[in-house]
Design a protein around this ligand. Structure first.
Ligand code: SUG
Length: 458
């Protein structure tokens, strides 16, 4: 691995799995509902994701991947009482309910911003990086991810001297946890201690009647993650996402907000009482030696509906090795007049953001996943970078190897009818088996451990 000589933020992108499809599973996610039943192109989706990773590496940024999870998830269907060979389990379940199999076949773990909440060792106080895998309780297809995420993170960050991978929080409406998609971190620079900002959609113990779509992240889950990670009231802050944003289709906070080092880049409608948030954050930042840069898009210049359709704030905001920051945006932002004009104004303005790159991520975008959804940020010291599993760290050659792997194993057209086909199950397993060799993660998947074992995954 190209171990950086300094503390750096490493992006762990979700490698898009071979079952990428449009099943319309996410109520409150307008793109997911709109594309329900459309034919997907898993090959293009995976190649678009890899092209994004290559682009960030070309900018000099460290890059890694999280592997796709096992889908269709046969062991999960066995737990529901389907029996026989793996092919029979799939066929019987599909005959019973194609919609059920769609839930057990989703490639949704590609959006690794939802994989976990991560606190760097500079914040946690015990010298370790802490991970809490998200339970994703709000959506049935995503609620399957937590246990497998925990396993993958435990294999990649196995060194207990440097890392603590917690269990996902319990699957209860009280503790709905969607991971880093509702978590920001402000700091003077990535190697410094900072203030972690948790944005929740719902206080599960308080009354909230103004949501027409699910507020997936609860205050109680955010507080639990902060406690588990050793954060204190000095370096954490909890604030509500606005009902206006959720009801307009911002099902995660990262649809209306992104942070990097001193910058909080957000829409006017992102939060309840944004001025209060700015004031408290400014006070909390002071002992950490920085003043936050709040860059807010006013609703009169950038309508919320343009934000939701273009995913302006689901951009990656990265610190360039030579200094300054760049936005990595979906092409939809360039194609939308109000958002393009706003980005141009930000680039010309007096703030740390000096560059913008527009990338084609249409396959993921059609399910409501932009550049920021596709990555989990992990700040690592040089020693932690060296202690992480090197097989998932990207080099230009490894990206090429993964592109070749996609080209030889992925379909370029997938519909909901295909999900019940045992031949497709075999295809996905052949692909995932080959992947574990490429990433040096043997026995990552349940089907590699034992196809006859019907117990719930560990
Ligand atoms: O959870 N879409 C995902 C998109 C997640 C985006 N992530 C962040 N904003 N961080 C979701 O709603 C759609 C799957 C389908 O309909 O087939 C889906 O799961």
């Amino acid at each position: 691995m190209t171990t950086a000589s300094r503390t750096a933020e490493m992006n762990f992108d979700g490698l898009v799995g071979p079952t990428h499809n449009y099943a319309g599973l996410s109520h409150g996610n307008l793109a997911s509902s709109k594309h329900k039943g459309a034919a997907a192109n898993p090959r293009a989706a995976a190649l678009q994701g890899l092209a994004k990773m290559r682009r960030l590496m070309d900018l000099g940024l460290p890059q890694a991947v999280l592997p796709p999870q096992e889908r269709p998830y046969i062991r999960g269907l066995r737990v529901l009482g389907f029996t026989g060979s793996d092919s029979q389990v799939l066929e019987t379940a599909f005959a019973h309910s194609p919609a059920l199999v769609a839930n057990y076949s989703s490639a949704s773990c590609m959006w690794t911003a939802n994989a976990a909440t991560v606190s760097p060792s500079a914040d946690s106080g015990d010298g370790r990086v802490h991970f809490t895998p998200a339970n994703l309780t709000a959506m049935p297809h995503r609620a399957l991810e937590g246990a497998q995420t925990q396993r993958a993170l435990s294999m990649i960050f196995s060194d207990a001297q440097h890392f603590t991978v917690h269990a996902p929080l319990a699957h209860t409406p009280l503790l709905g946890d969607e991971g880093a998609a509702n978590h920001n971190r402000l700091c003077a620079s990535h190697d410094a201690a900072g203030v972690e900002l948790f944005i929740y959609g719902r206080d599960a113990l308080g009354p909230r009647t103004d949501l027409k779509f699910p507020g997936r992240q609860t205050l109680q889950a955010s507080e639990a993650a902060a406690r588990l990670h050793g954060l204190t009231s000095a370096n954490s802050l909890f604030h509500a996402q606005s009902a206006t944003a959720i009801n307009a289709g911002a099902f995660h906070n990262d649809v209306v907000c992104v942070s990097n080092e001193t910058v909080l880049f957000f829409h006017e409608s992102a939060f309840d009482n944004p001025k209060v948030l700015e004031k408290i954050m400014t006070e909390k930042a002071r002992p950490f030696g920085f003043t936050p840069d709040f860059i807010m898009a006013p609703a009169e210049k950038v309508p919320l509906k343009d934000v939701i359709s273009s995913y302006l704030f689901n951009s990656q905001l990265v610190t360039l090795p030579a200094g300054g920051m760049a936005l990595i945006l979906p092409t939809q932002v360039e194609e939308t007049r109000s958002t393009k004009a706003f980005v141009d104004a930000v680039l010309a303005g007096d703030n740390p953001i000096s560059q913008a790159y527009y990338l084609d991520l249409r396959q993921s975008m059609a399910n409501g996943g932009g550049p920021a959804c596709l990555r989990l940020r992990v700040v690592l010291t040089p020693a932690q970078q060296a202690a992480a599993h090197q097989g998932v760290v990207m080099t230009p050659d490894k990206i090429t190897a993964l592109e070749d792997w996609v080209k030889s194993h992925y379909r370029d057209r997938l519909t909901l009818e295909d999900l019940g086909d045992p031949a497709f199950l075999d295809e996905t397993r052949t692909a995932l088996d080959a992947l574990t060799q490429l990433l040096d993660l043997p026995l990552l998947y349940d089907f590699q451990r034992s196809t006859l074992d019907t117990r719930a995954p560990s």
